[in-house]
Write a protein that binds this ligand. Structure first.
Ligand code: F0G
Length: 434
């Protein structure tokens, strides 16, 4: 078996060693991806050993990422891996949400059940393993909050020093609080996500710090496990659609790569279609794909959305995401702040809950079924990327009618649930309950 880095640019495809510290191709500037040369694995054997590992008490077998390590065999020594028992996230049925989305049935793959409450843990466990293997001491990222929370936890658990850079005043308190608690040195920069990414790249180069944004190919390898576990849980029946929110587009790239590789090996027999949903005020990928890639990619210099996790105007992974949308015959949609807020309340009322960016999925599904792009009887899995407790401030404002979109327009609490202040009086409370 051999593992290496390959330039994603189809006209270049330059190869580099798996232990080279690279984030872009030194020849053409393209994105990099991990690739492996190994004898074709036997799908039945893989399925069998992955099931067996679920019964094991070994830490890496209990991880919903490392259990599937044959799909990303980049490590030579498994002792470099750090696990907080990431993955193992449920598939949940939600009839109320299905009806709202115009579907007979919907399943949510809830990545908010991860150790730090988001899908980032699937990728971070692999990124931090590679950092340890390379002998790095410090790791860094820019983040809209979840990457930093995850990196802080995994780096600290693995004995590395986490340095995080976040847009000042633009991430939720839940996420900022996690970074502080997990012991990260935290820099709140007076700039937006895209500007800080450029800054962190300069610092990483200058100070020899390992960068753990999703431009890091090992993060992408780990995030493939989200769809691998999803197929395992569905007994290897591919759904018609997988719907996910799009920000920096790392997850879209990871899902597409993971699904294609599963099909190549014969773990699944067809590719689900990917539907990527962006927030209207931060939707450069939607705009680019709507023009069918005929105009150059144009970044949005002033992205705006209350779904701060996906408030990104210049997503680095767009070329990979474009490829995966085309390969899977997928679609890209965008939704308004009101649509996100209402869909989020419905996911909450289903007893499930998620953070704002995750709710873009259901809002997008409602739009796509109404337009006939997704059939009402289709088999649809929507990925909820973050936990409901990531952004409690947003929730309180919505339910009490105080939520305002970035333009200042009021967001109507169509599914609002106001708390009621009552006197300490059983008669009055009985009357109110009715
Ligand atoms: N949903 C949540 C909850 C996120 O935190 C993110 C990204 C996305 C969706 C979008 O995923 O970037 O792979 O397209 N959050 C990053 C961060 C950017 O810094 O935590 P993507």
């Amino acid at each position: 078996m051999s593992a290496h880095l390959v330039c994603f640019n189809r006209d270049c495809r330059a190869r580099f060693g798996i232990t080279e510290v690279l984030y872009n191709c030194p020849k053409c500037g393209g994105l990099l991806e991990a690739a492996y040369e190994q004898p074709a694995p036997d799908p039945a054997q893989l399925k069998h050993s992955w099931r067996e590992r679920r019964l094991s008490n070994a830490p890496l077998c209990q991880s919903g990422v490392w259990r599937y390590r044959e799909m990303f065999p980049f490590l030579e020594d498994e002792r470099h891996a750090v696990t907080l028992r990431e993955g193992n996230t449920p598939l949940l049925d939600a009839p109320l949400a299905a009806e709202y989305g115009g579907l007979a049935r919907i399943t949510f793959k809830h990545q908010g059940f991860n150790p730090t409450g988001s899908f980032k843990d699937n990728g971070m466990t692999c990124g931090v393993a590679q950092a340890r293997r390379l002998g790095m001491q410090r790791v860094a990222c820019v983040s809209t909050g979840n990457t930093s929370a995850s990196m802080a936890a995994y780096a600290s658990a693995g004995g590395l020093e986490p340095l995080i850079f976040i847009p000042h005043g633009n991430i939720s308190y839940g996420k900022l609080a996690q970074a502080l608690e997990y012991g990260a040195r935290t820099f709140q920069v007076e700039a937006n996500f895209d500007q800080i990414l450029a800054l962190v790249r300069v610092l990483a180069e200058r100070l020899g710090i390992y960068l753990l944004n999703s431009i890091n190919p090992f993060r992408i390898e780990g995030q493939k496990s989200i769809v691998i576990e999803m197929m395992d849980q569905r007994d290897w029946r591919a759904p018609d659609w997988i719907v996910l929110p799009g920000g920096n587009l790392g997850n879209t790239s990871a899902f597409g790569k993971g699904l294609r590789e599963m099909r190549e090996i014969g773990l699944i027999d067809r590719l689900p279609r990917l539907a990527v949903i962006q927030a209207e005020g931060a939707s450069p990928f939607y705009e680019y794909m709507r023009a069918a890639g005929r105009t150059p990619f144009r970044a949005n210099e002033h992205p705006e959305t209350l779904a701060t996790a996906i408030k990104i105007g210049d997503p680095v992974s767009w070329p990979k995401a474009q490829f995966e949308i085309e390969q899977s015959n997928g679609v890209v949609e965008r939704v308004t702040e009101q649509e996100i807020a209402d869909a989020k309340a419905i996911i909450g009322k289903s007893g499930i809950g998620c953070e704002p960016a995750s709710a873009a999925t259901l809002a997008g599904i409602r739009k796509l079924t109404a337009a006939g792009a997704i059939d009402g009887n289709a088999d649809v899995v929507a990925v909820l990327t973050g936990n409901v407790l990531k952004d409690p401030d947003y929730i309180f404002r919505y339910h009490t009618g105080q939520l305002k979109s970035p333009s200042g327009a009021a967001i109507e609490p169509h599914y609002g649930n106001q708390p009621v202040v009552v006197p300490n009086d059983p008669d009055r409370i009985t009357e109110l309950i009715g």
